[in-house]
Design a protein around this ligand. Structure first.
Ligand code: NIG
Ligand code: FE
Length: 394
């Protein structure tokens, strides 16, 4: 069964060989989808025959957003913390333990329905691939169940048992790291593709470089890929550790030294920027231009979580990246699609070349530029095709 998608005023392929610029745009374009994959892209006038036709009525079509960093398995609400921050309170990760306590006390059904609600919210805003972390259970059974629930939705599941030291281990970080790298890893690795750690010496709740290394090496030894919460609150060891360990991504990168930028430029680790966090914690934004100028691959992600940034909107992050991080609209869209795919080491998403997954997002606008030009306007949504029973699953 094949479908011809037509009426595309502007198609973003992320394939510079088919059209101008980084985004490889095609005007008056069409796409043929067959069996859940892209079969053909090009000018509408040259489109081949297909079994059915969908006309998007002069809108722009882009690759679905790849949100490579989100914390979606949780219960509870921390709006009061946000309100306090807007009056000057600082974010240091201390509120995470409130979400841990609410999550431990929630049933599977409650967690599943919150998770599915957030996934649907993301899809309505054009996201078609999402990574989901554990990190609000912090016991062996709670971390394992958070990952089991996440794996119902996406293959991009990340074990974040080393999110913070939970209250019952206060003052006993080494013992907690032993739990994370021992029985917790054994229980969680079967449900996870990645391991992550909140490496942040500036937070009394998170992990220093030595502890982070122990966690990441254990995860890698169990067959998991590496990603790191790095340099969010201060210029710490996280970014260079990520590069040294061959991490797919160093996430946050808010505070970078010249040596951090050099390390990223010399390695294969993607720098994932999440400007919704700086917005929601009233912190200085990172400088994407500095990274791009150094040749670093940059991704954009939401970091959707109840504490530091409760947005599920990739278009909002694109708009912030353009306005506040120094990215062009094209660079920001690339980072939110192809960049996210690179951060997840995925070649089947984040672009619309033949063979890629048929993950399309439609904009109620004639051009991708409107994502940043019309901030806060709900322009993007994932395209649901009749022969496409797939939902956000990676
Ligand atoms: O990416 N920095 C650590 N973890 C999350 C925040 C989690 C929370 O505050 O609940 C982050 O910002
Ligand atoms: Fe995070």
């Amino acid at each position: 069964m094949s479908t011809l998608v037509t009426g595309i005023a502007e198609l973003v392929t992320n394939d510079p060989s088919v059209g101008p610029g980084l985004l490889g745009t095609v005007a008056d374009a069409a796409v043929v989808v067959a069996d859940g994959a892209i079969a053909w892209v090009g000018p509408a006038a040259r489109a081949p025959h297909a079994d059915t036709k969908v006309d998007v009525g002069g809108r722009a079509v882009i690759p679905g957003f790849v949100d490579s960093h989100a914390h979606l398995v949780f219960a509870g609400d921390r709006a009061a913390e946000f309100e306090a921050r807007m009056s000057g309170a600082r974010y240091d990760g201390g509120g995470i333990s409130r979400t841990v306590s609410a999550t431990r006390g929630a049933s599977d059904d409650v967690l599943r329905s919150r998770l599915r609600g957030l996934m649907a919210e993301m899809r309505r805003q054009g996201t078609t691939t999402v990574e989901i972390k554990s990190g609000y259970g912090l016991t062996v059974p709670d971390e394992a169940r958070c990952l089991r629930l996440a794996a119902e939705i996406t293959p991009e599941t990340t074990f974040l048992g080393a999110h913070v030291v939970p209250p019952e281990y206060a003052g006993r970080t080494d013992e907690y790291v032993g739990l994370v790298t021992g029985p917790m890893l054994a229980a969680c690795a079967p449900h996870a593709r990645w391991i992550d750690v909140f490496c942040e010496p500036a937070s009394p709740h998170a992990f220093d470089g030595d502890a982070a290394r122990v966690v990441l090496e254990a995860g890698r030894g169990a067959g998991l890929g590496v990603r790191v919460h790095a340099n969010q609150l201060s210029a710490g060891p996280g970014v260079q550790l990520a590069v040294e360990l061959g991490a797919a991504s160093a996430d946050h990168c808010t505070h970078l030294t010249p040596a951090d930028v050099d390390a990223l430029a010399g390695g294969t680790t993607v720098a994932t920027l999440m400007p919704g966090v700086e917005f929601s914690t009233r912190s200085p934004y990172p400088d994407a231009r500095r990274l791009l100028s150094a040749g670093v691959t940059v991704a954009l992600a939401t970091d959707c979580n109840p504490g530091s940034c409760f947005t599920s909107s990739m278009p909002f992050c694109v708009a912030l990246a353009v306005r506040e991080l120094g990215m062009t609209p094209a660079e920001a869209l690339w980072a939110a699609t192809a960049g996210g795919a690179a951060a997840l080491r995925r070649t089947d998403v984040g672009h619309l070349q033949p063979g890629a997954r048929a993950d399309l997002a439609v904009l109620d606008a004639p051009s991708y530029r409107h994502l940043a030009y019309r901030p806060g306007v709900p322009l993007a949504h994932a395209l649901e095709l009749a022969d496409d029973a797939r939902r956000l699953r990676g």
